[in-house]
Structures are given as structure tokens and as C-alpha cells.
Design a protein around this ligand. Structure first.
Ligand SMILES: Nc1nc2c(c(=O)[nH]1)N[C@H]1C(S)=C(S)[C@@H](COP(=O)(O)OP(=O)(O)OC[C@H]3O[C@@H](n4cnc5c(=O)[nH]c(N)nc54)[C@H](O)[C@@H]3O)O[C@H]1N2
Ligand SMILES: Nc1nc2c(c(=O)[nH]1)N[C@H]1C(S)=C(S)[C@@H](COP(=O)(O)OP(=O)(O)OC[C@H]3O[C@@H](n4cnc5c(=O)[nH]c(N)nc54)[C@H](O)[C@@H]3O)O[C@H]1N2
Ligand code: SF4
Ligand SMILES: [Mo]
Length: 759
């Protein structure tokens, strides 16, 4: 079956429920507006702060609805979902007074979130079956004690990119001042391969395309991204690009309805009547084979004379070895690996070669593989070979996840602290920083499982729910003495990820409530200012994250060598950031100027990169080994059972934000609830199964029962299930370079009883 198509959406059997955006989004806005919380919701949407949800970045000083170019109507229904959840009332006192941990552990993700907002600090002590109230003073004493008594190597933090730059900066300063590099972060489970891969090639690990520059492109290659659900405002850019005659090439083993047609509420009339075409070409490769796809494109350019040789020779090193790899790799090896034909790859390459300026954009379909970093390098190499980087309208653009995950990286919350920042921090702290390598998120769980971690501070997130192998994650966290979770709302991690001695659950102000100014950085390298706000919670006993971390640091270090208590003042924190974070010079004086800014040294409008010699560094990207286990690998089938092996992709539905599920159904993929597996109809037929059959899905680490098979537009040999429910299935097989798990290539066995009629 051909897996590429020149997309003519009018000929596709695409009912309205499967296109992206459209009427349902507009009615969603209507429902939100006229709900009981409507007024407060609109006030919050208009508040001068960045959207809580994704890193595309909307809001800030320009007002709640504008992007960095000041364009209005740039707010999507996902931000409404996130705000609505934050505007819930406090968790009723009866919940923690009366419900035992055993009961709380029965709650699914959506029910945890719907308990409401946390509004006072809580502690669960070993042997006690309840979370109980505790004072902030006791919290600080207890944590300072845990941090003082543990050796630096046995201390760790984990963070999730919702908090501010100021909180992120303080977190890493505190950890490093205490001598620990164990700064695990959600980016370890997300875009770390993008940071590492891009740094290898261009010397800088973020997008090198600004929003302004994207608007000058006439080609976009969108790889492994479900942007209609996860970055809805990016869709406006794709719609505009198609309207100016540009080409959108989508590479994805799943045909996502919203990547064929999307109705954007930013263009309301058109959205209701028509919706816009997105993909010009849709390639459906084997999951995990994207390096082969890009080698195929490069080889086609080489053979057709479409390589931008003058550009390559003037602005890159290492192209000779890459050229050798392309000549030495047979078409057969490439097409066998990716499952696309030579004609499909040549056709796509030729189409891209006619574009004036191409942006290569990607998300988790590229990074969630054991060769994620290589995938990223293969994309970056393609940009260089085709001359599509270092000029307006062209470049490489990782589409970031959490709204401030990129800011966390810039602030040094990373196990890969870069030298200029290390030197600046050493000058600030007046001593050398520890050189012991830190734990990233996977290493942290492994180390905890070996009993090598005493205390863990979690600034947001859900370390339990986000990790592979939930059984191991629960056990590992259970071996840490003290765990503190700073959070706005309860999640499953707070009930399943309990420490051996004590677990603290500490409520914080969210971004639009924090009583002082903060900043965040978008995936487009734009630093936004968030104005102070207030909370709707009555009797709230919340802390600001900055205030909390500065107090803890003060109790640990007194006034040496910096005035830690003074760091409760975020203006002072911003002064330190301006002095020590490369690219953040614009932070100096921001409180007076109110001027948001682009981080310097990131966006390349000329082909002079941030590597030592200013040239891009190309290296060959080996084809991945995509072998797959057989039924015996899973212990075989029992008598009276039938089954087959699938390559499982674990992804998000449009009704969830990471481990927090808002809505059970995924209308766009036709998956009515969370216990479903999307499968190709031909696979169903081949293996003698029928739509809606209930099966057991067995992975290498665990299994799930009663999963309903849903036929859909997914490549043969693959299935798709939702995270975090599916995380019980997989082992933590990871990219060796940065520990990012292969969440998009999980081997599973589908098993069921033989039907009576088949006996
Ligand atoms: N509404 C909402 N928005 C979000 C989030 C959310 O949960 N909800 N999460 C935020 C975060 S932290 C992140 S990281 C982003 C995630 O944004 P995405 O990366 O878009 O999210 P995923 O659901 O992981 O989907 C990845 C896509 O990759 C495809 N894919 C899977 N395997 C492969 C492969 O081998 N090759 C290719 N080419 N494609 C593949 C899948 O079919 C899917 O379409 O979204 C952010 N925004
Ligand atoms: N199988 C599988 N697993 C995956 C993925 C996948 O695609 N498949 N995706 C991975 C990816 S890309 C990511 S990024 C991770 C996500 O992993 P995490 O970032 O760890 O998880 P989240 O679900 O985003 O965390 C949500 C929690 O953050 C807290 N929170 C929200 N706002 C704030 C705030 O302002 N301050 C504080 N302190 N807390 C706040 C709330 O309590 C909320 O419950 O999961 C990874 N895991
Ligand atoms: S695209 Fe992302 S940043 Fe923009 S409004 Fe939607 S969720 Fe928020
Ligand atoms: Mo992410």
C-alpha cells in the first residue's frame, strides 16, 4: 500500500468530527464563556501573563491574546482548559481528612485533577494512612534538615516546565550551592535529544527560527507532531503558508485528521464553513525510522544535483563523511528501514527542492526513540544540505512542550550545564561547582530504585506518571526518604509516588496568581513578562515558588556567599539571571523597561552558527536497527489464546495535558475512551480480530486488560495508546545520549482467547 499521498482532502473520507479545530472548538469557547466561571475565565485570559499550556507562547505584556508580533486572537481552547482547571475551588477538607491513601490511589488522572486546588500544606508520614496538615515553618525545618543531612550526591530535584524562570534559576542555584548536579527535568523525557542534537550541529540547542522568520517560509516539513491538538496556534501559521502557495510535508505513521484539514477559530467564518487544507504531502513511515526518511531525502538531493553545495562548503564541516554515507547507503537499505518507496522519497525531495525557504519542525515522534538524538541530527543535516538554515524563512524548529520548559533549560536546570554559565555561577558562588555528573529523569529513577537517593524536591510535574514502567517508578520513589511535591493541583504521582519516611504536598500560586512579576521563555526564544495576580481561593495558604526556594536556601546557607533571603525579591533574581545566563542580557532593566525580548544567539538570520568556528558540524547518521521481537519474547501464548506483536506508539489525546486527563474520549481519532488501542483495519483482518474486540496488551514491563481495538488511519504493524495509562507496559529503554525513553516504539503482544467458532 502506498504510504505517501499528494493530499486532496476533498477526496478523503473525512467526516467533520475528524478534521481538527472547527465547530467543536467554537462551541467549546461558547460553553466556557457562558459557564459559571465565564467571567473569571475571561478576566484570566485577558490577564497579562503567558498561556499556561504549551510553549508556542501566547500572552504576556501584549495582553492575554497576543503573540510576540502583537497579533490578536492568538489564544486557543487548550489554554481555556488549563485555566478552567486552575480556577476550580479548593479540594474540600473532607477529602484529605476522610479518604485514606488506599482510596486516593484508586482515583484515575481526571478524578485527581477534579478534586480541586491544593490550598494548604500537607504531610504524609510513614505508617500513616492519611495526608495531614502541617505549617510552612515545619515544612521548611523538615526540608532543610533533609537537605543538610544528605550528601549532595544523594539529593535530587525534578521539575516540570510550568514554573517561572526565576523559580527555575533559584532551584538550580540552590542545588548547585549544595553541591548537587542532580537536576532532573521533564525535558529529559521530552526534547532533550533536540537540545543535544542541535547543539552538536549548530552549537545552540533551541529553535533557530523566529515567528517572524517562519512567516517568510514557503515550505514546512512537520515531523512527528500532532500540532492540531498540542500546539493549535502553529496551525494558523500552516494555514497561512498554504494560502501563500507554500508546501507542507507531514511525516507521521498516523494520519492525524487535523493535519489534513483544520478549522481555526482565528479565522472564524472560514473555519465554520470550510476549514483549511494543511498537508500537501503526507508520508507514513515505520515508527522510529525517521533517520532513514531523511537519509532518503538527502540521497535523492545528491543524485538529482539539488544539494546546495556552495552553501554547504562555505558554512559547514564534515560534509565529506556525510556524502560518503549517502553514496554508500543503498536505496534498498533506506526504503526497507522506513517502509517508504524510493519514488515517494524522490518525489518529496524534488518538491522540497522547489521551495525557496523551508522550516523543518518536529516534536515527540522524533525524540521519543532510542536514536532520538540521531533523528534530530539527520533533520539538521537535511537543513544544511538543502541550504535551509541561517536565513529568513528557513531553519530547524523543535516544537517545545511545556509553556516554560525552554526557560528551565536556559536557567541551567539541566544535567548538561554549559561552560559559560558554569563559569558565571562559579564566580557568583565564589567556588568551583561539583563535577560529579547529575541524574537525568531516568537515572534518577534508576538510582532511587537502587536506594541511592535520600531527598527529592519536585517543582511541579508528575515524575511517577511521566516515567516508563510505572511499577518501577512507584517502587523507586518509595525508596527515597523524603519527597516534597510543589503543585497547584493533586495528581496520581502524589498518591502513588510516596517517600519512605515522609511526603510533603505543598500548594503554590500558579502563573496568573503569583503576587509578584515573573518571566517565561517560549519555544520561539521569546521572553515574556507575567504581571502579578491574585487567587480566587478563599483561606488560601499558598506559597510563591520563588519565596519558597529562597527561604529554603536561606535556612541551608544563611547569608553566604550571597544574600539568599534577598532572593525572595524576584527583581534581584532577574539581576542575577541577566549577569549569569548567556543570551539573557535583555533581562537587565526589564522591570523598568517592560520590554520583552528575544534571547540572543539563538535565531540565525545569517549562516554563522554558535559553534566554535561558526560553521555547522555535520556527521553521518547511522540507519537504526528496527528489529522487532516475536511472540516468544513475551513468553509465548497460552493454550486457547491467539495473538500478534505490534509496535506501540504512546501519545496524547486532544483532551489531556500530559499526565492530566481532562476528557476521556478522543473524537478526532475515533477513540471513545482511554482503554482503547488504535490499529490498522488490515491488521485486524490479517490476525483474525474485529473492531471493538477486547484484548490484553502485554508489554515488557506489565500488561493492561480489556483494551478495545479501534480501527483507524495508522500504518500497518503499529498501534497507538494513550499515556500515562500505557506507561505500565514499557521498560525504560532510552536514547543513550540523554536518557529520553523510546515512548514511540514500544513492543507489545496483543493477546485474546481463541473464539469458540475458531476452535
Ligand atoms: N493539549 C495539549 N498540548 C500539549 C501537551 C498536552 O499533553 N496536551 N503536551 C505538551 C508537551 S509537554 C509536549 S512535549 C508536546 C507534545 O506534542 P506532540 O509531540 O505533538 O505529542 P504526541 O502526542 O506525543 O504526538 C506525537 C506525534 O508523533 C507521531 N509519531 C509517533 N511515532 C512517530 C515516528 O516514529 N515518526 C514520526 N515522524 N512520527 C511519529 C504520532 O503519531 C503523533 O502524531 O505538546 C505540548 N502541548
Ligand atoms: N508513554 C509516554 N510517556 C510520556 C510521554 C509520552 O508521550 N508517552 N511524554 C513525556 C513528556 S513529552 C513529558 S513533558 C512528560 C510530562 O511530565 P510532567 O511534566 O512531569 O507531567 P505533567 O503531567 O505535565 O505535570 C502536571 C502537574 O504539574 C503541576 N503543576 C501545574 N502547574 C504548576 C505550577 O505552576 N507550579 C507547580 N509547582 N506545579 C504545577 C500540577 O500539579 C499537575 O498535576 O511526560 C513524558 N511521559
Ligand atoms: S497554542 Fe499553546 S501557547 Fe498558544 S494559546 Fe494554545 S496552548 Fe496556549
Ligand atoms: Mo513534553
Amino acid at each position: 500500500m502506498a504510504q505517501t499521498m499528494d493530499v486532496d482532502p476533498s477526496k478523503l473520507p473525512l467526516d467533520d468530527s475528524k478534521r481538527g479545530g472547527g465547530w467543536s472548538v467554537i462551541t467549546g469557547w461558547g460553553r466556557a464563556t457562558f459557564s459559571r466561571k465565564g467571567k473569571r475565565l475571561w478576566q484570566t485570559l485577558n490577564h497579562k501573563s503567558a498561556c499556561l499550556s504549551c510553549a508556542w507562547g501566547t500572552g504576556g505584556q501584549n495582553g492575554g491574546f497576543r503573540d510576540e508580533l502583537g497579533e490578536p486572537f492568538q489564544r486557543c481552547i487548550k489554554s481555556v482548559e488549563a485555566i478552567r482547571a486552575e480556577l476550580q475551588p479548593a479540594v474540600p477538607r473532607s477529602v484529605f481528612n476522610r479518604r485514606s491513601l488506599g482510596e486516593l490511589q484508586q482515583l484515575n488522572s481526571a478524578s485527581c485533577d477534579r478534586l480541586g486546588r491544593l490550598d494548604h500544606p500537607l504531610i504524609q508520614r510513614a505508617g500513616h494512612d492519611f495526608y495531614e496538615p502541617i505549617s510552612w515553618d515545619e515544612v521548611h525545618d523538615l526540608l532543610a534538615d533533609a537537605f543538610k543531612t544528605s550528601t549532595p550526591e544523594r539529593l535530587a530535584s525534578y521539575s516540570s516546565g510550568r514554573s517561572s524562570n526565576e523559580a527555575a534559576y533559584l532551584l538550580q542555584l540552590l542545588m548547585r550551592a549544595r553541591g548537587s548536579n542532580n537536576l532532573a527535568d521533564c525535558s529529559d523525557l521530552c526534547h532533550a535529544p533536540s537540545s543535544v542534537g542541535l547543539t552538536r550541529v549548530f552549537g545552540s540547542g533551541t529553535s533557530n527560527v523566529s515567528l517572524e522568520s517562519l512567516r517568510q517560509a514557503d515550505g514546512v516539513v512537520l515531523v512527528g507532531s500532532n500540532a492540531p491538538a498540542n500546539h493549535p496556534r502553529l496551525m494558523n501559521e500552516l494555514i497561512r503558508l498554504r494560502e501563500r502557495g507554500g508546501t507542507v510535508v507531514v511525516i507521521n505513521p498516523v494520519i492525524e485528521g487535523g493535519l489534513l484539514k483544520f478549522g481555526s477559530p482565528a479565522f472564524p467564518i472560514r473555519s465554520l464553513l470550510l476549514s483549511s487544507e494543511i498537508a500537501s504531502l503526507y508520508l507514513q513511515p515505520i515508527p522510529g525510522s525517521d533517520t532513514a526518511v531523511f537519509l532518503g531525502l538527502q540521497k535523492a538531493w545528491l543524485e538529482s544535483g539539488a544539494i546546495a553545495w556552495e552553501f554547504v562548503k562555505s558554512h559547514s564541516d564534515g560534509w565529506e563523511a556525510l556524502q560518503e554515507q549517502l553514496i554508500g547507503s543503498s536505496w534498498e537499505s533506506i526504503t526497507q528501514c522506513c517502509g517508504l518507496s524510493r519514488e515517494e522519497l524522490e518525489y518529496t525531495a524534488a518538491r522540497l527542492a522547489t521551495c525557496r525557504a523551508v522550516v523543518f519542525a518536529w516534536a515527540m515522534g522524533i525524540t521519543h526513540h532510542s536514536n532520538g538524538t540521531t533523528n534530530v541530527q539527520a533533520i539538521a543535516n537535511s537543513a544544511v544540505l538543502s541550504g535551509n538554515v541561517g536565513r529568513p524563512g528557513a531553519g530547524t524548529m523543535p516544537i517545545r512542550g511545556h509553556s516554560n520548559v525552554q526557560g528551565f533549560g536556559s536557567m541551567g536546570v539541566s544535567v548538561r550545564l554549559r561552560k559559560p554559565m558554569r563559569l558565571a555561577l562559579e564566580a557568583l558562588l565564589q567556588r568551583p561547582l561539583s563535577r560529579t555528573p547529575g541524574f537525568h529523569a531516568r537515572d534518577l529513577i534508576e538510582a532511587a530504585d537502587r536506594g541511592e537517593v535520600d531527598a527529592l524536591l519536585c517543582l511541579g510535574g508528575n515524575l511517577f506518571g511521566a516515567n516508563p514502567d510505572s511499577t518501577q517508578a512507584r517502587r523507586a520513589l518509595g525508596r527515597i526518604d523524603t519527597i516534597a511535591y510543589l503543585a497547584t493541583k493533586p495528581n496520581q504521582g502524589h498518591f502513588h509516588g510516596l517517600g519512605a519516611r515522609q511526603t510533603l504536598l505543598l500548594p503554590v500560586f500558579n502563573r496568573f496568581e503569583t503576587p509578584h512579576r515573573t518571566t517565561v521563555e517560549s519555544g520561539n526564544n521569546w521572553v515574556r513578562l507575567n504581571e502579578p495576580g491574585t487567587t480566587h481561593l478563599k483561606r488560601a495558604n499558598l506559597t510563591s515558588e520563588v519565596g519558597f526556594l529562597a527561604e529554603l536556601a536561606h535556612r541551608l546557607f544563611g547569608d553566604e556567599p550571597i544574600h539568599w533571603k534577598r532572593l525572595q525579591d524576584p527583581i534581584y533574581v532577574r539581576e542575577l539571571i541577566a549577569k549569569t545566563v548567556p543570551g539573557y542580557e535583555g533581562m537587565a532593566g526589564i522591570d523598568a523597561s517592560n520590554r520583552e525580548f528575544e534571547v540572543s544567539g539563538r535565531v540565525f538570520s545569517v549562516p554563522r552558527f554558535s559553534t566554535q568556528n561558526g560553521r555547522a558540524q555535520l556527521t553521518p547518521t547511522p540507519l537504526p536497527e528496527l528489529s522487532f521481537p516475536d511472540v516468544d519474547h513475551f513468553g509465548g501464548l497460552a493454550d486457547g489464546e491467539r495473538g500478534f506483536v505490534l509496535n506501540l506508539i504512546t501519545a496524547r489525546s486532544h483532551g489531556q495535558h500530559n499526565t492530566v486527563v481532562y476528557k476521556a474520549a478522543d473524537r478526532y481519532r475515533g477513540m471513545p475512551h482511554r482503554q482503547t488501542l488504535l490499529i490498522n483495519p488490515e491488521d485486524l483482518q490479517t490476525f483474525g480480530f474485529e473492531a471493538h474486540d477486547r484484548v490484553t496488551v502485554q508489554g515488557e514491563a506489565g500488561s493492561l486488560e480489556q483494551i478495545e481495538l479501534i480501527p483507524g488511519s495508522i500504518r500497518q504493524g503499529c498501534g497507538l495508546m494513550f499515556f500515562p495509562e500505557a506507561n505500565v507496559l514499557m521498560r525504560g529503554i532510552s536514547d543513550q545520549t540523554c536518557g529520553t525513553p523510546a515512548f514511540k516504539r514500544v513492543p507489545v503482544l496483543i493477546r485474546a482467547q481463541v473464539l469458540a467458532s475458531m476452535n
